[in-house]
Design a protein around this ligand. Structure first.
Ligand code: NAI
Length: 269
């Protein structure tokens, strides 16, 4: 029996501890480049801010280039705006090439862009099914396929997919959205298994109800009723999600892959 596992197992890259900080954990993403889709507002924007705040170079991606540039200008460090419609395969493939050219690499890919087109099953149109699956699921697949090529060569990568609790428990009137998010979870686990040997980690974050434009249409009454079903008695904020993404991108998460992190105030247990 060998007395040491050296050479047999991948050695854990232990994060540098800063003894002067008195045990404070700091996430340092300097030297990494992150691409965050749908990052001109809401959860994506908060993720872009968090990753930039941790020192990563950030590609802010939106359908509108001017808006993406505006957000990028407000981030600390190196950040650039890019335009992309994630439901368009060619646009996503080109995006990854452009970001690699401008920022050097894509080390952290956050598939955040997403949309809803809700309706009850009987009224759900084929177009609404396709639009949601194309953007939420196929867009993520195409981005992963393009971005992991470079990650494989460098033997380091993080893929973080923003799913939803709806992809776990389903929802009335959201068959298309729930299917796209459940698909994203299956995609995450498959990528995790396929690329673990290349040190590419893939995880999903499944938010509950978060205060963004996506949930802005809810009436105050619906909001109150909803908050009563949440053990932490409030809707989440984009920062509640961004913190988990920052952790998953960091060196503190080197032994986590293929997991779904539910961030919902305890709504689904
Ligand atoms: P949001 O509507 O504020 O932001 C979504 C972003 O995705 C926008 O920037 C939008 O322009 C972009 N986007 C949509 N379709 C796109 C396309 N075809 N191409 C490029 N960009 C596109 O919504 P929010 O809440 O910030 O959502 C972010 C992610 O979090 C989404 O994937 C959403 O499904 C997910 N999520 C949100 C929850 C919530 O309660 N707000 C709950 C669970 C998941």
């Amino acid at each position: 029996m060998p007395t040491s596992t050296a050479g047999l197992l991948r050695q854990p890259p232990v994060p540098e501890s800063d003894s002067s900080a008195g045990g404070v954990v700091r996430i340092d993403l300097s030297g990494r480049s992150a691409l965050v889709t749908g990052s001109t507002r809401g959860i994506g924007r908060s993720i872009a801010e968090t990753l930039a705040g941790c020192g990563a170079k950030v590609a802010v991606v939106g359908r509108d280039r001017t808006r993406a540039d505006d957000v990028a200008k407000q981030l600390p460090g190196t950040a650039k705006g890019f335009a992309c419609d994630v439901s368009d395969v060619a646009s996503v493939t080109k995006l990854v090439e452009e970001v690699e050219k401008e920022l050097g690499t894509v080390d952290i890919l956050v598939n955040n862009a997403g949309l809803t087109r809700d309706n009850l099953l009987m009224r759900l149109k084929d177009d609404d099914w396709n639009a949601v699956i194309d953007a939420n699921l196929r867009g993520a697949f195409v981005a992963i396929r393009a971005a992991t090529r470079g990650m494989m060569k460098r033997r380091w990568g993080r893929v973080i997919n923003i799913a939803s609790i709806v992809g776990i428990v389903g929802n009335k009137g959201q068959a298309n959205y729930a299917a796209s998010k459940a698909g994203l979870i299956g995609l995450t686990k498959s990528v995790a298994k396929e690329l673990a040997s290349r040190n590419i980690l893939a995880n999903a974050v499944a938010p509950g109800f978060i205060e963004t434009d996506m949930t802005a249409a809810m009436t105050p009454e619906a909001r109150t009723t909803l908050a009563q079903q949440i053990p932490l008695e409030r809707l989440g904020t984009p920062n509640d999600i961004a913190g988990v993404v920052g952790f998953l991108a960091s060196e503190y998460a080197t032994y986590i892959t293929g997991q779904v992190f539910v961030v919902d105030g305890g709504m689904v247990m």
